[in-house]
Write a protein that binds this ligand. Structure first.
Ligand SMILES: Nc1ncnc2c1ncn2[C@@H]1O[C@H](COP(=O)(O)OP(=O)(O)O)[C@@H](O)[C@H]1O
Ligand code: SF4
Ligand SMILES: [Mg+2]
Length: 335
């Protein structure tokens, strides 16, 4: 485990979420006896921390384990191993009731605004449900809170008796956000919150999330599969590859001086606006495919595709370490 992360977190005292060695292995059943024959190592030793009030962008290709990481942090999936602390409280050792109570402090905004809302509920009922579950007032008080939440996300409370299918994608995502906010959480995992929306609507929803962050002092883990999207919304960025964090740094630092070969390859694929720089841009073409999370390579999980790989890379997993101030990379030969 990276000692450096621990030091930073302790020194500043500003860490809200602290994740160490997080693993989620899904069993694969097979054979006539339906025994577990292998595991999908969706998350295989994630280290990261999120500071109070910031947005940490979590990026990586589809299937690298971003959603599973988000769900495991919120304890919506039970981690196979590792530690998740919210404001110093270890979440992985809480019982079901304690976890339920903690849930008020941490919420998820889902990728799919169509699938994540109950079609049989009015939107008023959808937003009221968590408030009722947590006894946050009588009927009238809850009604008032629902109206206020709808206004907060830019929707007219007049529509609270309508059903989700009567709203557009962007409006549904606002409803999902209102529901996530209902219990006044401090931490929100936003799992690709705009990727299912029309491009014209995406900026509005991202701006709303940003306003809410300022107004309510929220801390975000914002998942995306595209580096250029997270750049604008993140204070810091964590790059994931095959179930692990490869690099974690301030956004600008990560974009200007990536230390991990995988991040370098990802960034080299993004066109730069300056025509002169664009001409000089060297694209790094990665060979081969992402290996299966059922059978990740030994040592550094990026070694089969890395042009810098040495013997040590095939044998020893590089821990996520602070290579320059506030810049963490999991690589034996960073830079
Ligand atoms: N419930 C599950 N059972 C088995 N495998 C799963 C399950 N959920 C996700 N996976 C697998 O775990 C890996 C990571 O998935 P996911 O966290 O959804 O990645 P991402 O969000 O980065 O696209 C993928 O290989 C996916 O197929
Ligand atoms: S540890 Fe080795 S294989 Fe892994 S990214 Fe660094 S140089 Fe490449
Ligand atoms: Mg996902």
């Amino acid at each position: 485990m990276a000692q450096e992360i621990q030091a930073t977190a302790r020194e500043t005292g500003t860490t809200l979420i602290d994740v160490r060695g997080l693993k989620v292995h899904f069993p694969i059943k097979g054979g006539v006896l339906n025994r577990t024959v292998a595991h999908v190592k969706a998350v295989d030793g994630v280290d990261l921390f999120v500071k109070r009030g910031e947005t940490l962008g979590l990026v990586g290709e589809s299937g690298c384990g971003k959603s599973t990481t988000g769900r495991a942090i919120l304890q919506l999936i039970k981690p196979t191993a590792g530690s998740v602390k919210l404001d110093g409280v270890e979440l992985t050792s809480l019982d079901a009731n304690q976890t339920r109570l903690k849930r008020a402090e941490m919420q998820m905004v889902f990728q799919d605004p169509y699938g994540s809302l109950n079609p049989r509920f009015t939107i008023g009922q959808t937003i009221a449900e968590p408030l009722e579950n947590f006894n946050r007032g009588n009927k009238k008080e809850i009604q008032e809170q629902v109206a206020s939440l709808l206004e907060t996300v830019g929707l007219n409370p007049f529509f609270m008796n309508r059903f989700a299918h009567e709203f557009s994608g962007g409006q549904r995502q606002r409803i999902g956000i209102a529901r996530a906010l209902a219990l006044r959480p401090s931490f929100i995992v936003a799992d690709e919150p705009v990727s299912a929306l029309d491009v014209s609507i995406q900026a509005q929803v991202l701006n709303l999330l940003e306003d809410l962050q300022h107004n309510f002092g929220l801390t975000y883990l914002s998942v995306a599969h595209n580096l250029s999207v997270v750049k604008h919304i993140s204070d810091r960025v964590a790059v994931m590859y095959l179930g692990r964090v490869a690099e974690l740094a301030d956004s600008e630092d990560l974009y200007e001086s990536p230390l991990h070969p995988y991040t370098q390859a990802l960034l080299s694929a993004i066109p730069v606006p300056d025509p002169e720089l664009e001409l000089k841009r060297k694209r790094i073409i990665l060979e081969g495919d992402v290996p299966s999370p059922v059978n990740p390579p030994p040592g550094c999980n990026f070694n089969p595709r890395c042009w810098k790989a040495q013997d040590i890379c095939r044998e020893i997993k590089p821990p996520l370490e602070e290579k320059s101030p506030n810049h963490y990379a999991a690589c034996h030969f960073p830079g």
